[in-house]
Design a binder for this molecule. Sequence first.
Ligand code: ZN
Length: 458
Amino acid sequence: MRPLLLALALLSSAAHAGPNPAAEAQALELAKKAIAIRSVNVPGGRTADVAKLFQDALVAGGFAASDIEIVPVDNTAYMIARWPGSDPKLKPLVISGHIDVVEAKPSDWQRDPFTPVVENGYLFGRGASDMKSDAALAVATLIDLKRTGYKPKRTIILEFSGDEETTMKTSSIIAERLKDAELVLNVDGGGGRFSADNKPQYMTWQGAEKTYADFELTVTNPGGHSSAPSPENAIAQLSAALARIGAYRFKPELNDITRDSFVKAAGFERDAKTAAAMRAFAKNPADAQAIAVLQANPSYVGQIGTTCVPTMVNGGHALNALPQKATANINCRIFPGHSPASILAELEKVAAEPAVKFADVTEGSVPNDASPLRPDLVKAVENALGKAWPGVPVFASQSSGASDSMWFRYHKVPSYGVSPLFSKDNDSFAHGLNERVQLVNFAPAIVYYRSLFTELSK
Ligand SMILES: [Zn+2]
């Protein structure tokens, strides 16, 4: 780093030093140590060591060793830590995250992915944004709360899954074990947006996500010589069905989360036509003009309803033979509130081709509905952000991807993605190369988590 940049970095970190210096320092230290541990869900992966790192920190911070479990599962492990509340009648508050990361090839990166690097105001490394910084911040906040004498009335459970990025086996085990929770704060969802000149614009919390599904379509024919075609051809039959499905649009719809999101996010949409469509759709989800604009926009098409697209196709076995078999995969992102079975049935009708057999071949996903817009949660998030980033708007969002919240929502436990980490549009490198997080996030994140965790457990 050049001297001028170093001076600027020191200046900016001093300017943002917050009111909890011990917790901030510990969070950064834990995040760096966690990044250095290659917690990929593969043979030899070290997820259990990240759990051990956090366990040791919690025990050193005054948590009872007997209240923290690390459970090995296949190549990974998960952690559940309890902070018993004074009122055992209250259902626990769960703070949820994951300690595994997506694989990273060092040869593709500018810096080694498993060596944490602090540079130009950023922390670089695999997991820096997804989600070892948030995990470290949550751990450091709980330790800081304990150190400063906080006593929760409601039991707080901190849990980290160990294969969120792959099979989600530990995610499903944890949700099953904790299905009596009052609500779940998932620190691996939500988040804020910085403008290009690093001003906080807004934060969203995630209250719903779409259900992932894969449907396999199969046509089988007797086959035969291609010089003597039969009236029915497996590839032609499948193709006809795929063309109809490809052209089909599910009925656009809204829920409380997406309505709130469209109305408030419209204020930050740069394109006036798109912003107008967002507002119009929030008022009337049957507005054809608004639907056309949003459906043509990759950022919003997934927000206004179920989408299903053909993603793979396979058929035939020789250039000169009638196909005996043709298959295709339809990948669906189902709007909350619909079962995969009902969407499959709708697609069967659209295909209108009795020879095509449909099968649900989804793996690692369960149907889940939107969590309610709970006033206590909304207020707690607004209060917390108001202390961390005064004046910055916050509203709900629905995600098109899947997180551990899905497993809790499946058990009807309300779950909310509430990470307060802000990033610029061009800083989003989760899962990709040169993953990073801005250090300016750490001080306000501790303020935010302290407020959020106490307000929902006091
Ligand atoms: Zn994640």
